[in-house]
Design a protein around this ligand. Structure first.
Ligand code: M6R
Length: 369
């Protein structure tokens, strides 16, 4: 049951540190080597893979978008990510050397199931990332990596998403390890960084009061925009999806670099814009670009809600509201940056009087095409 929480969604948000830790459990040995028992595709076959295609819907699709950055960076294998509902109707190019990764919390999403059936008919190997033991999608796949989020009851996906990300990183790292890439040292470092992620998510959850207060103060707004770059772009899309489905508000996520190609025309006085800022360490060029994006929208009246890593002082002068997340490597940042967006959407929806566990018109598992 709800264990004292007002909703399943709040309970599931709070369970994320454990869900993340459980999904990592037993998959990395003492020497930092990955072992994925449920991936029953022989290493020899994985070494021959020349393309990865991720198929999924909704929030799971956003996990796939983030997976692409990790897979291409750590394995150097080209990776496409496609909405399952689009994939099968466009005659995709697939063969025995294609690895299709189907991501689904429920394991019953019809569009994703149809996409994986189509992929297998073309000879591709399918690896499912799934949260529901024995469900249809893993049963019909060549291999499965289960996420250990535990049952997710609320329609809006939260803890399943974070564990899907963990599973995607594990797949990317495992592929990198099996094939051997020049990123061997980096892979070892990331394996170490992943073990600290559960604590980082816990830390974010402990600092959410100002986010809840901000959400309540914006309950009367009609529109909220979300911006990000690199892996922050799918995080922005996820923040917008949460707000749509829970608060029934117009919410849109954009790649920050696209602003000047159209969306900046939407900016008006006091429009809330959430910006996911990448770490200033590592890929600093991304960081500097987004700081100028924040300046550009603020100059046009936007109310900037900035999610930035601790110690990033460069963004502070341009943030009307600053939400701090612990420092992580850039590729792992979605694990911490998504959490405030979940809390924001849940609180805003509640302030509007909406039923957060069961939003109107939606079902937890979409078993029709
Ligand atoms: O069970 P699945 O992961 O296959 O579900 C996919 C989507 O229907 C799901 O993520 C949906 O977008 C959520 N309601 C989002 O919060």
């Amino acid at each position: 049951e709800k264990a004292g929480y007002a909703s399943f969604m709040l309970k599931e948000i709070a369970e994320q540190p454990k869900a993340v830790a459980d999904t990592l459990l037993g998959r990395i040995d003492g020497s930092g080597t990955l072992s994925l028992d449920e991936v029953r595709i022989p290493p020899g076959v994985l070494r021959e893979v020349d393309k990865v295609v991720v198929v999924a819907c909704g929030t799971a699709f956003h996990a796939g978008l983030i997976a692409k950055y990790a897979i291409e960076h750590w394995t150097r294998i080209p990776c496409e990510v496609e909405l399952a509902s689009e994939f099968r109707y466009r005659d995709p190019i697939l063969d025995q050397q294609t690895l299709v990764v189907a991501i689904s919390q429920s394991g019953e999403t019809m569009d994703t199931l149809m996409a994986l059936r189509h992929a297998r008919e073309q000879g591709a190997r399918v690896l499912a990332i799934c949260n529901t033991n024995g469900s249809t999608i893993p049963r019909e796949s060549d291999a499965v990596l289960y996420t250990h989020a535990g049952p997710e009851v609320a329609v809006a996906s939260t803890k399943a998403f974070l564990t899907q990300l963990v599973a995607c990183y594990l797949v990317a790292l495992y592929l990198g390890q099996v094939r051997g890439t020049k990123y061997g040292d980096e892979i070892r470092d990331v394996v170490r960084d992943l073990s600290g992620i559960s604590g980082a998510v816990e830390q974010v959850l402990g600092t959410m009061d100002p986010v809840r207060e901000l959400a309540r103060s914006l309950a009367h707004k009609n529109t909220v925009l979300f911006l990000g770059r690199h892996v922050g772009h799918p995080v922005a899309l996820e923040g917008a999806l949460k707000l749509k489905e829970l608060a029934y508000m117009h919410a849109e996520g954009f790649a920050a670099g696209e602003l000047k190609h159209g969306p900046i025309a939407l900016i008006e006085e006091d429009l809330p814009v959430v910006v996911v800022v990448p770490s200033p360490r590592g890929r600093s060029v991304l960081h500097d670009k987004i700081v100028s994006n924040i300046q550009e929208i603020r100059a046009r009246g936007a109310r900037t809600i900035v999610i930035a890593e601790e110690g990033d002082e460069a963004v502070a002068p341009y943030a009307d509201h600053l939400v701090r997340v612990p420092a992580t490597p850039t590729l792992l940042q979605p694990l911490v940056a998504t959490v405030p967006l979940q809390v924001f959407a849940c609180e805003l929806a509640t302030a509007r009087g909406n039923e957060v566990d069961q939003p109107r018109n939606l079902a937890k598992s979409v078993t029709v095409e």
